[in-house]
Design a protein around this ligand. Structure first.
Ligand SMILES: *[C@@H]1O[C@H](CO)[C@@H](O)[C@H](O)[C@H]1NC(C)=O
Ligand SMILES: *[C@@H]1O[C@H](CO)[C@@H](O)[C@H](O)[C@H]1NC(C)=O
Ligand SMILES: *[C@@H]1O[C@H](CO)[C@@H](O)[C@H](O)[C@H]1NC(C)=O
Ligand SMILES: *[C@@H]1O[C@H](CO)[C@@H](O)[C@H](O)[C@H]1NC(C)=O
Length: 337
């Protein structure tokens, strides 16, 4: 035995983990049947009354797409806000990143109104008893940002913290991800935004925050890199396109650390999913509990840009990605569904 066995153990671990990272492969998403449908920043919810799947997307005024099976076929049925948001900002006719969840017997859809590259943004709220098109009531703005703020009020995700209090995680670009606490009405902001994640190294803006409780931890997932607007003849440098990272904390309010113990506010983040095979720039992720067939399983939901499409790498063809999740290491690893 040498004098520094810990060093050799450390070196072995570093070599093995380097090999692992280099060989990191990701499972393909569940094949989806039927005609193509556009999906970006998906939120997937199963209706309590009949088990029907409701998928919500950016654009299409908060597009609603439904199916009886996860594998499809999926049908585009309408919009959350066909008459635009009541929020008086540019982008009120182009709803982004709806985040839908059930509280009591009401479905809450937090959404964002903004335009690309602008901080004049707001998070709004609409509610419905059934999620069907034509049943959504718009409640307007919950929280807004303007040019010069540290944050951008987009990409909301509502969670309930360890004390049963609602917390809204949001943000993108500028200084990345923040949280605000809400009152029990789920629409009144009661504190100033707190920073939960920041990567100072360009070009890695973070957005699409999603907070998920599993066993003893709250896992904060986010997307980082170039999300959209790809041109097959001028792609970003490999690795600069969208991908999904995670950090975790015992509190819904953080601090969130990655698997190496680095705080997400200090550029931390453990990779969950990146481009592979036909899957390019995956992101806009979330998790939902699928209750079909009498079982409960967590399903990882995201969008990706297919390499193989009528217009390769064009996000006009952004598609739905569905995978299982396995947590035995304490960190999420995607599996085949
Ligand atoms: C929605 O917004 C668009 C763009 O501003 C406008 O042309 C359209 O008339 C609006 N629709 C309704 C129902 O107000
Ligand atoms: C949209 O506006 C039209 C005309 O005012 C109205 O008939 C319709 O009910 C509205 N739709 C929704 C979902 O509010
Ligand atoms: C794609 O990039 C190439 C090379 O920079 C450029 O010539 C072309 O106009 C771009 N196409 C689109 C649709 O932006
Ligand atoms: C936001 O988080 C909650 C709980 O953590 C979840 O139920 C909801 O579906 C999430 N939103 C999206 C877009 O998945």
């Amino acid at each position: 035995m040498g004098r520094h066995p810990d060093i050799w153990l450390f070196v072995t671990v570093v070599i093995l983990s380097t090999i692992f990272v280099r060989c990191a492969s990701f499972p393909d998403p569940l094949p989806v049947e039927g005609d193509f449908f556009f999906v970006h920043d998906p939120s997937l919810v199963q209706r309590q009354s009949d088990g029907k799947y409701f998928l919500f997307t950016t654009h299409d005024k908060g597009g609603i797409i439904t199916a009886d099976n996860l594998a499809g076929p999926w049908t585009v049925v309408g919009s959350i806000l066909p008459n635009n948001s009541s929020i008086q900002l540019a982008g009120r006719d182009d709803i982004w990143a709806p985040d839908v969840s059930l509280h009591g017997d009401t479905y809450y859809a937090y959404y964002a109104v903004s335009t690309f590259g602008s901080q004049d943004s707001a998070i709004g709220l609409a509610t419905s008893a059934s999620m069907d098109p034509g049943t959504w009531t718009d409640h307007g703005q919950v929280f807004g940002s303007t040019t010069g703020d540290l944050y951008n009020a987009i990409d909301p995700n509502l969670s309930i913290d360890e004390s049963g209090r609602p917390v809204l995680t949001f943000g993108s670009f500028w200084d990345d991800l923040f949280q605000v606490n809400l009152a029990d009405d789920l629409r009144t902001v009661i504190n100033t935004p707190e920073h939960v994640s920041f990567n100072s190294t360009p070009p890695q803006p973070e957005e699409g925050a999603f907070l998920w409780k599993h066993d003893d931890f709250y896992y904060l997932f986010f997307s980082s890199g170039t999300c959209c607007g790809f041109n097959a003849s001028a792609l970003p440098a490999p690795g600069d396109e969208y991908k999904v990272f995670v950090g975790r904390s015992e509190s819904a309010h953080g601090p969130f650390l990655d698997a190496n113990g680095v705080d997400l506010r200090s550029s931390g983040g453990t990779l969950v999913l990146a481009s592979h095979g036909n899957i390019y720039a995956p992101g806009g992720q979330g998790i939902f509990i699928d209750q079909s067939a009498g079982s409960e399983r967590e399903v990882f939901v995201y969008h990706y840009v297919p390499v193989d499409s009528p217009d390769p790498y064009s996000d006009t063809y952004a598609s739905l990605g569905l995978n299982g999740i396995e947590w035995s290491s304490g960190w999420p690893a995607l599996t085949q569904l």
